[in-house]
Design a protein around this ligand. Structure first.
Ligand code: SF4
Length: 296
């Protein structure tokens, strides 16, 4: 079965929302909490810079534990909110890597605003990942959005059902950090799964048998299977996949006809279109009919 390989997870991130709260066990060592805390309470330096979230009241310290306050803020910075509209090169964009776009406290008007910007910036593809799939399923996704849910163990496989309920959207599941087996997970209609163990000093273990079971499910449903990392102290490491199970160390993207292929095709089509427009400008008479047929 031919699959495309070796593409990075996302090319750009766009974070118009700040703040979150834990949704489930997978949030225990949330990297966004750590980063947000540092941005809010870090050393501002002699010039006062270095604490971009200062005063937003997003995080606090309880003893030596960092916690979310529960404040959720959609940026009031118009430039940041509309930034993807100004990116000129077709890009795969990861939306809200520091928050959950479908958090319970997100106003519906905020969510529609974010989805609208995604839809209007149709030069790009946007990956939106959530643990609040019951809220995401209430919204219609623009055609250039790739919708995803995070699932960390069998308790949360119902998030895949919410994802499946989205009409038309391309779909992926992030099984990271995988902290338990997912025997009940149904991958029907899912384009890609991304599997990863937890990283950090207190990482929770991941059994390779769980990963093997997920691969078997992928083979049944034709879902692309992408492994990001083993569980371990440091992120991004193949760990036991290198020594014990290289057969599981796979980096697949959906087959032609689905997400990544469409994205690549779009990139190529845009480049061709740009070349054709440039040619039409250089030689207006000879090239004009081709451009008109293209609907410009
Ligand atoms: S939902 Fe995501 S961003 Fe929010 S606390 Fe959980 S891991 Fe962190």
């Amino acid at each position: 079965m031919k699959r495309t390989t070796g593409i990075s997870w996302a090319r750009k991130t766009w974070n118009p929302v700040h703040g979150c709260t834990n949704a489930s066990e997978g949030c225990k060592f949330c990297y966004a909490l750590e980063l947000t805390y540092n941005k809010e309470h870090g050393d501002s330096g002699p010039d006062g810079k270095g604490t971009p979230f200062k005063g937003m009241n997003l995080t606090y310290l309880a003893g030596d534990e960092k916690r979310w306050t529960g404040n959720i803020i959609l940026t009031d910075d118009e430039e940041l909110l509309h930034r993807p509209l100004h990116w000129k090169t077709p890009t795969l964009v990861f939306v809200n890597s520091m928050a959950d776009a479908f958090h319970e406290k997100m106003e519906p008007t905020w969510i529609r605003k974010i989805l609208s910007v995604c839809g209007l910036a149709d030069l790009h593809h946007f990956q939106i990942l959530t643990k609040r799939s019951h809220i995401m399923r209430k919204y219609e996704m623009p055609p250039n959005v790739i919708a995803g849910v995070s699932i960390e163990n069998d308790r949360w496989v119902n998030r895949a059902d919410d994802l499946r309920a989205l009409r038309g959207a391309k779909k992926f599941i992030s099984l990271e950090p995988l902290i338990g087996p997912v025997p009940s997970l149904d991958l029907t209609g899912i384009d890609q799964v991304v599997v990863g163990g937890e990283s950090g000093p207190n990482f929770r273990p991941m059994e390779l048998e769980w990963v093997e079971e997920i691969l078997a499910k992928c083979r049944q449903t034709g879902t692309a299977f992408y492994v990001k990392q083993d569980a371990g102290r440091f992120p991004g490491r193949p760990g036991r996949f290198e020594d014990e199970r290289p057969d599981l160390w796979l980096h697949e993207w959906p087959e032609p006809g689905t997400d990544e292929h469409r994205f690549r095709s779009l990139v190529e089509a845009m480049e061709e279109e740009k070349a054709s427009i440039a040619a039409a400008r250089r030689h207006p008479v000879a090239s004009a009919p081709a451009v008109v047929e293209g609907g410009l």
